[in-house]
Design a protein around this ligand. Structure first.
Ligand code: MN
Ligand code: MN
Length: 476
């Protein structure tokens, strides 16, 4: 067939940058694989609603895939060789995994870094009270939430209570069909005249996020707070806990619903906690599924990103450095601190975190030439930050170029993304903390609608494309 395109059309084809919709570029087989992958992802989401659950499920998958515990390898001084798999769970809330590559670690590793905490409501340490013959838990929200979104939806309680005798009891209520759920009430519209005049940010207060727990009074005339006592009695029978035990508990309130397909075409997934499990899960799976890489491949799953990556489970901790130092000690002889430094400064990382997909209902906050779109591929975000790139992690042109070429050479469909208009807002990821260690880092993840809401929406085809992109990155 002769080429009927005009000179201009040919030039356009050759010169213009075009964003591509993956659905229009892949065949049915690819779509089938994407849907299958997303079934696994939904199951994982449903059982990994907290960082602790994500970490525990990571360990299960890792062990099943032949990964061995770092502490065991250290204590038995087992030497590691290419293809060996190792994992470390840090304080039950963050994790690092590696597949040892053919090259020494001191030549650098390839890291997929993401976070496994998500915005939620935490219980206060003295949470239980009674008012108007109903029992409630006081909460303190964690991360950036729009408070009104947490009213009048079914909520579940997940977490741990460390009891007075030092033993720990795990609690999950609200996930099984037969479980009760919990709720935060809202004012009926009939009486909300004054509330409706308030600014959205002020209409629901932090101290107003109280979780409704029960309403049956304990049957004893002499007791003052009968409903509260009845709840404590139920909790004591079921878990052996007393009120003081809440002081040493971490109980998280999360949406009770399961992840669901969204749309007649089932092209999307709606569910809680997809920031950042929608990147963390493909990153984890990429590591579980690769063969022996050239450079050691690492998956970093951190906690506390939503509140600044602080603490000994966050990305600002020594978790990654310590892990790499230990793996170097098990693979290179003699061990030296210089090898760790050499490893860090020659390592590359994709900071696997989400971006804000353009929402046509709120078009004005996006700059459409530099925004991300659902179904248009993995997002390369050269820099994060806000208002003049403050607090940005800014990848070098060289590293962006390397990743771009890698993706183009391997059929990975990607798009470029900046979070919102200049001066509209912005955000950060764990990228900057890895960059501070000397690692080349690029933010590289998935576009999300309704980010930080109880029901975040993602595209199945983006998820599968991202999984493939992460696998390709592990191979360089
Ligand atoms: Mn995130
Ligand atoms: Mn977030």
């Amino acid at each position: 067939m002769s080429d009927t395109r005009t000179e201009g059309q040919k030039l356009e084809e050759r010169l213009l940058y075009k964003r591509q919709n993956i659905w229009e570029k892949v065949d049915e087989e690819y779509i089938k694989k994407a849907f299958d992958f997303c079934e696994d992802y939904k199951s994982f989401l449903n059982t990994s609603k907290t960082e602790r659950e994500f970490a525990a499920n990571t360990e299960k998958l890792a062990v099943a895939a032949g990964f061995r515990k770092l502490d065991d390898l250290i204590s038995s001084n087992t030497r590691l060789k290419p293809g060996d798999k190792v994992y470390h769970i840090n304080r039950k809330k963050s994790a690092v995994l590696a597949v040892v590559g053919n090259k020494p670690l001191s030549e650098g590793v390839n890291i997929l870094g993401s976070h496994i905490d998500a915005p939620r409501l935490d219980l206060k340490q003295n949470p239980l009270y009674e008012d108007t013959q109903m029992a409630f838990f006081k909460t303190h929200y964690y991360g950036g939430i729009k408070k009104y979104q947490w009213l009048t939806i079914p909520l579940a309680i997940h977490g741990v209570v460390v009891k007075g005798d030092g033993t720990t009891v795990e609690i999950v209520v609200g996930e099984d069909e037969d479980d009760p759920v919990f709720s935060i009430t809202d004012l009926l519209p009939h009486l909300a005249r004054e509330q409706m005049q308030k600014k959205m940010s002020e209409a629901v207060t932090g101290e107003g996020l109280n979780l409704l727990l029960g309403s049956i009074p304990f049957n004893d005339e002499k007791v003052k707070e009968k409903v509260k006592l009845n709840i404590l009695s139920i909790l004591n029978k079921r878990y052996g806990i007393v009120e003081e035990d809440f002081q040493s508990a971490e109980l998280e309130i999360v949406p009770a619903q399961k992840a669901r397909d969204v749309g007649f075409d089932k092209s999307m997934i709606g569910g809680y906690g997809q920031d950042d499990r929608v990147c963390a899960y493909p990153a984890l799976r990429a590591l579980l599924d690769i063969d022996v890489p050239e450079r050691t491949a690492v998956c970093l799953l951190t906690d506390k990103e939503e509140i600044g990556s602080m603490g000994n489970t966050g990305a600002q901790s020594n978790l990654l450095e310590d892990f790499l130092a230990n793996v170097i000690a098990l693979t290179e002889d003699p061990y030296s601190d210089l090898k760790v430094r050499s490893c860090l400064s020659r390592s590359k990382m994709l900071s696997a975190d989400v971006n804000a997909a353009v929402d046509p209902n709120y078009e004005s906050v996006y700059e459409k030439r530099n925004a991300t779109y659902l179904g248009h591929g993995i997002v390369l975000q050269k820099y994060t930050g806000a208002r003049g790139k403050y607090d940005a992690s800014d990848a070098s042109a060289e590293f962006v170029g390397e990743v771009r070429k890698l993706f183009n050479d391997n059929g990975i469909i990607w798009q470029t993304g900046e979070l919102g208009k200049v001066d509209e807002g912005g955000g950060g990821t764990i990228a900057q903390y890895a960059a501070n260690l000397g690692i080349d880092v690029l933010d590289c993840g998935i576009a999300v609608l309704s980010m930080h809401s109880p029901f975040e929406i993602t595209s199945k085809i983006d998820i599968y494309m991202t999984y493939n992109a992460y696998k390709v990155f592990c191979r360089i």
